[in-house]
Design a protein around this ligand. Structure first.
Ligand SMILES: [Fe+2]
Length: 222
């Protein structure tokens, strides 16, 4: 796992106005989605070439979020206002455009980034695609993204454990391609998952420590 080691792309982004903690969170999230996507693709018997592409797509799928960062990562109090939510929902398209601008990404990677928030039942965004009209790689990213998000610490809630995350996903299974979801279930209970769980734990500890620091800062102000 964690095969994507090309830092070049991230170095380019660092030169922009991205906050270090946003970049760190984006990096961890990308690594986790990338690893899980690779494991699922292998579980589904995909070619090595496809697996490498999906790992790359997993690494960069949320790059558009760095442009809408002020609304994310808990810096804005409370829930997102409608306009903010719509802005955040632009991130797959923003990411796609950014990657195209950087260049060197295959159509498959670009397409996976563009459609990674489409739901299998047609309720996703940006294009409300349904079922097999959603590119396969994007359907894999969707499943991985949700699983990784649920098992990650957030400023407004603790990380869910593996079993709870799976149960929550079963409640929303209409959003996912069933064969990919079943592959996720096989993968999360496999030996290979250990390394990823360790990475998740370390990442969550970092976020927790940062959240505690923020709380202490707030208390000092009060
Ligand atoms: Fe996303």
């Amino acid at each position: 796992m964690l095969r994507v080691r090309d830092n070049h792309f991230w170095d380019m982004l660092k030169m922009e106005n991205t906050l270090p903690e946003d970049l760190e969170d984006a990096w961890d999230h990308g690594m986790l989605v990338s690893s899980l996507a690779g494991m699922i693709a292998r579980q589904l018997g995909q070619s090595e070439e496809f697996c490498r592409e999906i790992e790359l797509a997993g690494m960069v799928h949320d790059v558009g979020k760095l442009q809408v960062g002020e609304y994310l990562y808990g810096r804005q109090e409370g829930t997102l206002a409608i306009e903010e939510m719509q802005y955040v929902r632009l991130h797959p398209v923003l990411g796609f455009e950014r990657l195209k601008q950087i260049g060197g990404f295959s159509d498959k990677v670009l397409e996976a980034v563009y459609y990674h928030h489409e739901n299998y039942d047609g309720s996703g965004y940006p294009s409300n695609l349904r079922g097999e009209r959603i590119p396969f790689a994007a359907r894999i990213l969707r499943v991985c993204d949700v699983y990784v998000a649920l098992t990650s610490e957030r400023p407004y809630r603790a990380a869910f454990d593996l079993e709870t995350a799976v149960e929550l996903m079963i409640d929303e299974v209409k959003n996912f391609d069933m064969q990919i979801f079943l592959a996720l279930l096989a993968v999360v209970h496999s030996e290979e998952m250990r390394e990823m769980q360790e990475f998740t734990k370390r990442s969550n500890q970092k976020i927790k420590a940062r959240n505690i620091k923020e709380t202490i800062k707030m208390e000092a102000i009060l």
